[in-house]
Design a binder for this molecule. Structure first.
Ligand SMILES: [Cu+2]
Length: 68
């Protein structure tokens, strides 16, 4: 299990936090995601099968930007 931290661009409210959290948690290998609106960051707990490109595209599909 690894803990990954990414900056997330485009979040303005708690709804955005929810959308980003759900997007991240839908990605294969992700166990949980903790998203902070204040820090504009996401902390992702995942196993080694997780693929950063999948995280990026899931967040992009939700309308936000994950910066690796
Ligand atoms: Cu919002």
């Amino acid at each position: 299990m690894t803990k990954l931290t990414y900056n997330i661009e485009g979040m303005t409210c708690d709804h955005c936090v929810l959308h980003v959290t759900q997007a991240l948690e839908s990605v294969a290998g992700v166990k949980s995601a903790k998203v902070s609106l204040k820090k504009k960051q996401a902390e992702v707990r995942a196993d080694e099968t997780v693929n950063v490109e999948n995280l990026e595209s899931a967040v992009a599909a939700a309308g936000y930007k994950l910066v690796p």
